[in-house]
Design a protein. Structure first.
Length: 379
């Protein structure tokens, strides 16, 4: 009886019979639509070398990007731009690979991991590392972007793989001008994966691109009063009193001499906060002849809808709250908690006006502080 033999290799040389054409069907096309453009279906890790901003009291972990800040990301394009060899900490294509520092062992030696092949690296769904947007302005002036004593305490690594110490300048791709891709939906914590054997609280993050949003605002000039601290300037020291006081909050700045016309463009400042874009003061801007000079541009992230200084509201000033509690009510002069604390911290840091409840409420009612509401639409 004849038997089938599968060891001679002939089957490899045989052809398959084509299906009759009457059964042919078009091939399935790839899925072009990925997600709606509000919260995009993309995930990121924060860049390992980002300086910390403040410590979360509850978890005792450190935040590197505050909720609401405008963000950019670094990936293959930035790796190419930095000529590969100089792109420390930037996510490359897998064949290029690279290493990132993970932790310092008990022998005080830095243990590194391969970006693509290590558990402590970046898995295949991650294609970019999120960083604060900077309005396109390189932060290359000495001490305009630097590490603080908190980075030395927590063990933040710099782009070159060494541990940061107080007042070290941030270097590399993190200081380059960048383009916005969205905003942080929540506080983004430092990437400490692998630092401790028994702890990994924070992992991947996503971004928001389109929503109606609100943040506190400060108007820094005009009306006979000047609070101007140049927070929107690249040359402002990163450890200045005011910059340090505002690290844990996201806000909008109306620079001195700028009129915040309703509908004007908003961009990111050098720290990823919001600022009025250009000078939308003149009639020529409204008519459109000066439109390109003041926005929108590649840096535009939103359009201003309202600046709200009409506080207190809803008789909140009559709600009795305990002195020093910082609960919205009599202890905040009837202001929302976040607006009150924003104004309090700003006035305390600038030392221009005593940060009393009376002065804060008057400053709000004078239009110096308030809540900015804008239509966020990045890209």
């Amino acid at each position: 009886m004849a038997s089938l033999t599968f060891s001679n290799g002939n089957a490899l040389a045989q052809s398959l019979r084509a299906a009759p054409s009457k059964y042919n069907r078009s091939k399935i096309r790839y899925n072009f639509e990925t997600s709606e453009g509000q919260r995009v279906a993309e995930v990121f890790y924060p860049h390992k070398a980002l300086p910390v901003q403040f410590q979360d009291v509850n978890t005792e972990d450190y935040v590197v990007i505050t909720k609401g800040k405008v963000v950019s990301a670094v990936g293959i394009g930035e790796y190419i731009q930095m000529n590969e060899a100089d792109a420390s900490g930037t996510l490359p294509w897998p064949n290029a690979s690279g290493q990132i520092p993970v932790f310092e062992n008990r022998a005080s030696t830095t243990v590194k991991a391969n970006m693509d092949t290590s558990f402590w690296g970046y898995n295949e769904v991650v294609n970019g590392l999120v960083i604060p947007a900077n309005g396109g302005t390189p932060r290359t002036t000495a001490h305009s972007y630097e590490y603080t004593a908190n980075d030395a305490t927590v063990g933040t690594y710099k782009s070159d793989g060494s541990l940061a110490v107080d007042a070290d300048d941030v270097t590399g791709i993190l200081t380059s001008g960048n383009l916005p891709i969205g905003v942080a939906m929540y506080d983004i914590y430092q990437d400490i994966r692998g630092k401790n054997l028994n702890y990994q609280m924070w992992d991947q993050w996503s971004i928001l691109q389109d929503w109606f949003c609100t943040v506190p605002f400060v108007r820094e000039g005009g009306g006979g009063v000047t609070y101007d601290t140049d927070l929107t300037a690249e040359t402002t020291a990163d450890d200045s009193t005011v910059a340090t006081a505002m690290r844990n909050v996201t806000y909008l700045t109306v620079p001195s001499g700028i009129v915040p016309k309703t509908g004007c463009a908003i961009k990111a400042d050098v720290r990823g906060n919001y600022m009025i874009q250009g000078s939308p003061n003149a009639d020529a801007f409204v008519a459109g002849s000066a439109f390109n000079a003041a926005g929108p541009t590649a840096q535009t992230v939103a359009r201003l809808v309202t600046l709200d200084s009409r506080f207190p509201k809803d008789m909140l000033e009559y709600v009795d709250t305990y002195e020093g509690s910082q609960m919205a009510g009599t202890d905040t002069g009837g202001l929302p908690y976040w607006l009150f604390m924003f104004a309090y911290n700003y006035l305390t840091a600038t030392a221009t006006t005593t940060a009393s409840i009376f002065n804060i409420v008057n400053a709000v009612r004078d239009g110096r502080f308030g809540m900015a509401r804008f239509n966020l639409h990045v890209n």
